[in-house]
Ligand binder design. Structure first.
Ligand SMILES: Nc1ncnc2c1ncn2[C@@H]1O[C@H](COP(=O)(O)OP(=O)(O)OP(=O)(O)O)[C@@H](O)[C@H]1O
Length: 372
């Protein structure tokens, strides 16, 4: 098997943790040798592709494979709620829950859409800083108590309290939330279902999880090597999650934390996401800005017209392997667990409905199943 992200080490290679990705795709469309992804060492990677070309599916293939690999633990950020199928691989789907103290005081104004330099933003910043100093298990209610006692104008205190009330309504903050390291304590994959969670709250969750996994490895609280798989990643590089994701990209490999970002909008990711990635899996892309981001991999072996080289079929991808400095076309294997993405098709629905009577047969159509 050709293993992406692994320096050639022919003797040990077959026994090292590897995730099966698919097969090489020959020019005539036939499947060639098996292709895998190295799971022995930590990596940073991106999965790109237009809508419907197979990004989430590929992320699911990787999550399944990681769930079967020794010594690692996949955690999936699932903004669309499509990774429930991982339960069939022994995985769990968790509602997001983070401690308010997981977001640093300096990031709270931004999280609440407040100006950090003064007024209500300043009141919130101080309240979080004071409340979290030397204390754990802080609840949003504690922060509101601090705000009420703050030495600040009434208007600023009232606005700060209102914004904290809004944050409480997101239902992601919980003073008793389990430590982030518990998400990656064993090999079973965890999908954090963020479907329907407000954007700011989802960003807070991603920040807390990315930073929490990193800190847990640095502090020696996590035996396994976590892999954070972020679907729709463009949504998280533009807000409070950004610094934590950048930390994983630039410094995650030293403590052993991997990051895989999937997006249909590569152009909306920062350059560092591509320049720091040693794994690049690219399904079909057409927008110039997105192809340009891919070109920033600055790999000479990618020279030529990239858009031309991208395969067109669903589940087909160009993979760029930094370790061996090669680019190949692959067909991603089929999932072993159910995939929740893709658009619904009317022909897949088993409605049990009686077909409509032929037009003009004179019968009283009455109230049909579909209109009740
Ligand atoms: N490797 C594959 N093998 C077989 N079918 C696949 C493969 N990859 C994708 N598909 C099919 O294509 C559909 C779309 O894939 P997927 O949901 O991953 O798209 P996407 O690129 O994530 O789109 P979106 O941006 O809408 O989330 C899937 O539901 C699945 O049926």
């Amino acid at each position: 098997m050709h293993v992406l992200g692994r320096e050639t080490d022919a003797e040990r290679s077959p026994s090292l943790p590897t995730v099966r990705l698919g097969s090489f795709l020959a020019r005539d469309g036939s499947a060639g040798a098996a292709v895998g992804v190295d799971a022995d060492r930590p990596h940073a990677g991106v999965v790109f592709g237009k809508r419907g070309t197979g990004k989430s599916y590929t992320l699911g293939v990787l999550a399944e494979g990681l769930a079967a690999a020794p010594g690692v633990s996949p955690v999936v950020i699932d903004p669309m709620g499509v990774f429930g199928g991982l339960r069939a691989a022994g995985g769990r789907v968790a509602a997001p829950a983070i401690r308010p103290g997981a977001i640093p005081a300096s990031a709270w104004p931004d999280l609440l859409g407040l100006d950090p330099t003064g007024g209500p933003g300043g009141v919130v910043w101080r309240a979080v800083a004071d409340a979290t100093e030397g204390a754990e298990g802080i609840a949003i209610a504690d922060l509101r108590d601090r705000v009420a006692e703050a030495d600040a104008p009434t208007d600023a205190r009232r606005a700060a309290a209102n914004h904290l009330r809004l944050a409480a309504s997101w239902d992601v903050f919980d003073a008793d939330a389990p430590p982030i390291a518990s998400l990656a304590a064993d090999r079973s994959p965890t999908a954090l279902d963020l479907a329907g969670v407000p954007e700011a709250a989802a960003a807070a969750v991603v920040r807390a999880v990315a930073r929490g996994l990193y800190d847990a490895r640095i502090d020696g609280d996590l035996d396994r090597l976590p892999w954070l798989l972020v679907d729709e990643a463009h949504a998280f590089f533009d807000g409070v999650a950004d610094p934590a994701l950048r930390t994983l990209l630039t410094r995650g490999r030293a403590p052993g934390v991997s990051l895989l970002c999937a997006t249909q909008r590569p152009g909306a990711l920062p350059s560092v996401a591509v320049s720091q990635s040693d794994l690049l899996i690219c399904h079909r892309l057409t927008a110039e800005r997105d192809v340009a981001r891919l070109a920033e991999a600055e790999a000479t072996y990618l020279a030529g017209d990239l858009a031309e080289r991208l395969p067109t079929g669903t589940g087909e991808a160009l993979v760029v392997d930094d370790a061996t400095e090669t680019a190949h076309t692959v067909r991603v294997r089929e999932r072993r667990t159910p995939h929740g993405g893709g658009s619904p098709r009317a022909s897949d629905l088993d409605s049990g409905e009686t077909p409509d009577p032929p037009h003009g047969d004179g019968s009283d159509a009455g109230e049909s199943e579909g209109t009740r």
